[in-house]
Design a binder for this molecule. Structure first.
Ligand code: HEM
Length: 392
């Protein structure tokens, strides 16, 4: 259905312009319709975003899970299934993310961050996205899934091309790259079937070992889940690390404060996750006609949960555009809420805290040397951000 639009998705954006647009929408029209990107409601306030995320009976993920929609006939659990069907897939990886297991990751992550960051700092900086933040999450994912080095390299190439095609809305390439990611997932499953591993130490073996009512999960859904796991944890950390670096360059006083007080890093990471929330286009579809934020939503219409906006809602966060370490408990939506809340959040936090710690202890100053190139929906953050890095 074509409605009169409340806003247009801009053709070009800079680091600040999405926040200006969302502040305007929160003020005049917090649930706002756009005819762009396939037609969708942008849910920009914290309260409405929370309601949509929690009311999974009314707002399903099974139809369209991102804005813009990515045409695909295949379902990828757990995100593409409503409860309770999504739960076994979540549980298969949640067992690897207990506090005890995460503690074991801490030193490995520190080594990994140094491996990629040290050369970047030593050469005086460069594009932090291409040279550092795209390499690091894939390296972590490869270790997490016990991937052979060749597969990790292939995911790096294909994941990058997939992301570029998504940015350009080049649907043919997007489908081709998605198929390649499926091929990687399929060969990983074939390998684990041929050479069984312990489900307690290998996430793919864990997925294969799940039983529901005594039955294994459907093979096409196991494949879809693995394909989702291989990409979903890569893109957000990549863009978000770029945003952290842009913040440090624009606010050398915050950089200096963290250099002098590394204990503040966990708190600072939370505040940066609030300010530069990397996802704005995870979607739901209304099952029935309903009302949200004073607007009439029709059954079948898509809603984008604009996490990037909800986390700057002044109704929840006083002085929302400022970096403040003295906030009372934050009701952050960065990692979602409800039945699809990000299971990778604790691992992502460990990684991002370590990046911020090393960035602020290994460099004395970051200076942007060119205009930041931004990602588009469904993400927010730099696609390319070039810095001079002054080593300490
Ligand atoms: C900055 C880093 C990250 C951010 C901001 C982030 C954010 C999110 C959000 C907002 C969702 C919910 C989507 C929705 O409700 O529609 C989600 C889901 C998910 N994330 Fe993350 N994520 C991050 C990193 C990771 C990592 C490192 C992993 C893997 C280890 C991961 C795995 C997943 C999975 C599997 C889901 C789907 C969960 C489900 O449907 O039950 N994420 N993430």
């Amino acid at each position: 259905m074509t409605r009169k639009p409340d806003f247009h998705v801009p053709a070009t954006e800079d680091f600040d312009s999405p926040h200006a647009l969302f502040a305007d929408l929160r003020g005049r029209c917090p649930v706002a319709w756009s005819n762009d990107l396939g037609g969708f409601w942008a849910v920009t306030s914290h309260a409405d975003a929370k309601r949509v995320l929690e009311d999974w009976r009314l707002f399903t993920t099974t139809v369209q899970n991102v804005v813009p929609p990515v045409a695909t006939t295949q379902r990828r659990p757990p995100l593409h299934l409503d409860p309770p069907d999504n739960i076994p897939y979540r549980n298969a990886i949640l067992r690897f993310l207990t506090p005890q297991r995460l503690e074991a990751w801490r030193p490995r992550i520190a080594t990994m961050v140094a491996r990629f960051l040290d050369p970047w700092v030593a050469k005086g900086g460069g594009d932090i996205c291409a040279d550092f933040s795209f390499l690091l999450p894939i390296a972590l994912l490869a270790e997490f899934f016990n991937l052979p080095p060749d597969d990790a390299e292939r995911i790096r190439m294909v994941g990058s091309e997939f992301n570029m095609a998504l940015q350009r809305q080049d649907l043919d390439t997007l489908r081709a790259k998605s198929d390649e990611l499926y091929d990687i997932a399929r060969s990983l499953i074939e390998d684990r079937v041929a050479h069984p591993r312990d489900p307690d130490t290998d996430p793919t073996a864990s997925l294969l070992a799940v039983r529901v009512d005594g039955q294994p999960l459907a093979p096409d859904l196991v494949l879809g889940a693995l394909r989702q796991f291989l990409l979903v944890g890569i893109i957000a950390p990549t863009t978000f690390i770029g945003s952290m670096a842009v913040h440090l360059a624009r606010h050398p006083e915050d950089h200096a404060q963290l250099t002098a007080n590394p204990d503040l890093v966990p708190e600072a990471t939370e505040e940066l996750l609030r300010l530069y929330t990397p996802y704005r286009g995870f979607a739901r579809t209304a099952r029935e006609d309903t009302e949200l934020g004073g607007r009439q939503i029709k059954a079948g219409e898509a809603l984008a949960i604009v996490f990037t906006s909800a986390n700057r809602d002044a109704a929840i966060f006083a002085d929302p555009d400022r970096f403040r370490l003295d906030r009372p408990a934050r009701d952050l939506l960065t990692f979602g809420r409800g039945p699809h809340m990000c299971p990778g959040a604790p691992l992502a936090r460990l990684l991002l805290q370590e990046v911020l710690r090393q960035l602020t202890t290994r460099t004395a100053r970051l200076t942007l040397t060119a205009e930041v190139e931004m990602t588009r929906w469904p993400e927010y953050g730099p696609l390319r951000a070039v810095f001079n890095a002054t080593p300490r």
